[in-house]
Design a protein around this ligand. Structure first.
Ligand code: UDP
Ligand code: MN
Length: 597
């Protein structure tokens, strides 16, 4: 048995040698193929962030450079009035080595910053599992699932799944067939796609960049401008600079001050050379043909601000979900933005599926705007900090100050909807401050409706913005509510009267349709409930309607009378020429005096 054992060991040893040889051979082959294919593989694989900075970083043009903040030539505002607040101090700038049209940097005014000098600052600790675990509805098991949970905690979406998806994935065709035959002018304006990011994941950021490069026609794409808003994650430093330097038309700008969404976009805009700015979130995927219809619309009217239909990428599965048309952007009195779906289709017009739709507001995901119009209308409000509501501010301002907004249905871009935003999660105070700024700057007396829903009271410094508003001759919020967003219900929180409003002719009471409160929809006629709470007359409505001694309710403005019109068992309320018909005679019953009124 000893000899047998010995023979077995020798065989094993031989096998081991063979394996080692094979392994060595494989390694050499790999190294060689990497050397030859590096450039090719760069753009056609899903590389993930290289773990170490690559060493092929030699030409001085490749170095990150830092702006000398004392150079007066770099002060913005020369051709960018009314933008004075933007200081580009300590701006880092990385030019692309690939042929771009004269990148607008002045060599003499940059100081060289060695890649190593820019030390990583450790990222703040992510929220603990306990804190977020409750909110994150994941059913996770095993170590793979743990990695996914960690990714969700870090980014607010499942980055592990994202990494497995190609950076060149094609979205399924979801455009309306009527869009596919559209012809666009050869002479569309050029676009600068400005992508701001703060601690974006590698996979989502690069998929965004590649998706723009893969879909935007070269003749219309001036550049992709990546603007790093003081990211801390290691993969967004030298590794990214290196990666980007190999991409055609892509430039990288770094800010060493945290600017927030609006400030970062304003910085990108100041550096952009294209005629039209396309602000895009750092986690988007473009549908084929998305750019042309946007550019065409802006070219037709330079004061038009447009957005594609925003499709949705699921934060857990990264599945692509097409958004149904028609859709438009709106906000509520909390100044929270949302997309409004299931709008009634416009008159069954066969063209409505391809026609742009006026919208009271646009989301921040993708917005296209003429570069000069953007500057003249006041860029983004530099007083809006970090994140939140900046798109509402822009929307109200664009409409009020001479522009307009549209959703363009033949353009589609998918946006990754986060489960939570890592930088907003801990406290909402900055967001609240931004909203107060909007209310104080743009909403006139209507801001009281917002303030009823808000607790933080502190006056922001909006002097500059009010000056801008005056100099542009912007209209007031009442105009906006009437002309642009008449559907926004204006709540009246102080009831003047409430009780039963009995109609003599109908023998029934005025009431709200089932399921509807006093805040919306027309009233109807229904049996009296006897509870004394069927009708609420608000301060506002009692100013509009007067009650005559003969029991008529007269609408002040039109001098018409409120009449109960019965059809079958139910009835409605209409304004008709005043008569003495019993259906125009009303009695208030069981009046309840409101508290404090
Ligand atoms: N962003 C930024 N600086 C910040 C916060 C956000 O540059 O301080 C970027 C962010 O990376 C993203 C865009 O601004 O590309 C919009 O932010 P986000 O996607 O988090 O907002 P949401 O789409 O959820 O409203
Ligand atoms: Mn986003």
């Amino acid at each position: 048995s000893m000899r047998l054992w010995g023979r077995a060991t020798a065989a094993r040893r031989r096998m081991l040698c063979l394996w080692l040889l094979l392994l060595g051979f494989a390694l050499v082959t790999l190294a060689l193929s990497d050397l030859f294919n590096r450039d090719k593989s760069q753009s056609h694989q899903n590389p993930g962030p290289p773990r170490r900075p690559l060493q092929r970083f030699s030409s001085p043009m490749d170095l990150e450079v830092i702006v000398d903040s004392r150079d007066p030539a770099l002060e913005l505002g020369v051709d960018l009035a009314p933008l004075k607040s933007l200081q580009e101090d300590q701006l880092l700038f990385v030019p692309s080595t690939q042929g771009t049209k004269s990148p607008p940097q002045k060599k003499g005014s940059y100081k060289v910053l060695l890649p190593g000098a820019n030390k990583d600052i450790t990222a703040p600790a992510p929220p603990t599992h306990g804190e977020m675990g409750k909110a994150v509805q994941l059913h996770l098991e095993g170590s793979e699932k743990e990695a996914e949970l960690a990714a969700v905690l870090k980014y607010g979406f499942n980055e592990v799944v994202s990494e497995r998806i190609s950076q060149h994935r094609r979205l399924p065709e979801t455009r309306h067939p009527g869009c596919l035959g559209e012809q666009y002018s050869e002479s569309l304006p050029s676009a600068s796609v400005v992508i701001c990011f703060h601690d974006e994941a590698w996979s989502t950021l690069l998929r965004t960049v590649h998706s723009v490069l893969d879909t935007a026609p070269k003749q219309h794409l001036q550049e992709v401008l990546l603007v790093d808003d003081l990211s801390q994650h290691g993969h967004l430093k030298t590794v990214l600079s290196e990666y980007v330097s190999h991409l055609d038309r892509v430039r990288l700008i770094r800010s060493t001050k945290r600017l927030g969404v609006g400030g970062c976009r304003t910085l990108g805009a100041a550096r952009a050379a294209g005629e039209v700015l396309v602000f895009m979130d750092s986690h988007c995927e473009c549908q084929k043909g998305w750019l042309e219809p946007l550019l065409e619309r802006v070219a037709q009217d330079r004061t038009k601000v447009v957005s594609p239909i925003m499709d949705v990428i699921d934060w857990q599965t990264f599945q692509y979900n097409a958004t149904q048309w028609p859709v438009r952007g709106v906000f509520d009195w909390r100044l929270d933005f949302h997309w409004e779906l299931n709008l009634p289709l416009q008159d069954k017009d066969p063209d409505s599926a391809v026609q742009p739709l006026r919208t009271p507001a646009l989301g921040g995901g993708v917005v296209a705007i003429d570069r000069h119009f953007f500057q003249s209308v006041g860029a983004y409000d530099p007083g809006m900090l970090l994140w939140g509501a900046e798109q509402i501010e822009l929307s109200i301002r664009v409409w009020s100050c001479g522009g307009s907004m549209e959703v363009v249905p033949c353009s589609r871009v998918a946006h990754l909807d986060h489960h939570h935003l890592p930088y907003v999660f801990p406290d909402q105070e900055l967001l609240q401050r931004n909203k107060i700024r909007i209310a104080d700057t743009w909403m006139d007396a209507y801001r009281k409706i917002f303030y009823r829903r808000d607790t933080l009271s502190e006056s922001p410094n909006i002097t500059e913005r009010l000056r801008l508003k005056r100099s542009l001759g912007c209209r007031n919020f009442h105009w906006y509510l009437t002309a642009v967003y008449p559907q926004l219900y204006i709540p009246q929180d102080r009831p003047a009267l409430s009780g039963e409003l009995y109609n003599v002719g109908a023998g029934s009471c005025a009431d709200y349709p089932r399921g509807q409160g006093p805040q919306g929809g027309p009233m109807n006629i229904a049996p009296c409930s006897g509870t004394g709470s069927q009708v609420t007359m608000t301060t506002d409505s009692s100013q509009m309607i007067s009650f005559t001694l003969s029991g008529q309710l007269v609408h002040q403005h039109s001098q018409l009378c409120l009449e109960a019109v019965m059809e079958g068992g139910t009835g409605g309320l209409f304004l008709r020429a005043c008569t003495h018909h019993p259906r125009q005679q009303w009695h208030f019953e069981q009046l309840v005096a409101p508290k404090g009124a």
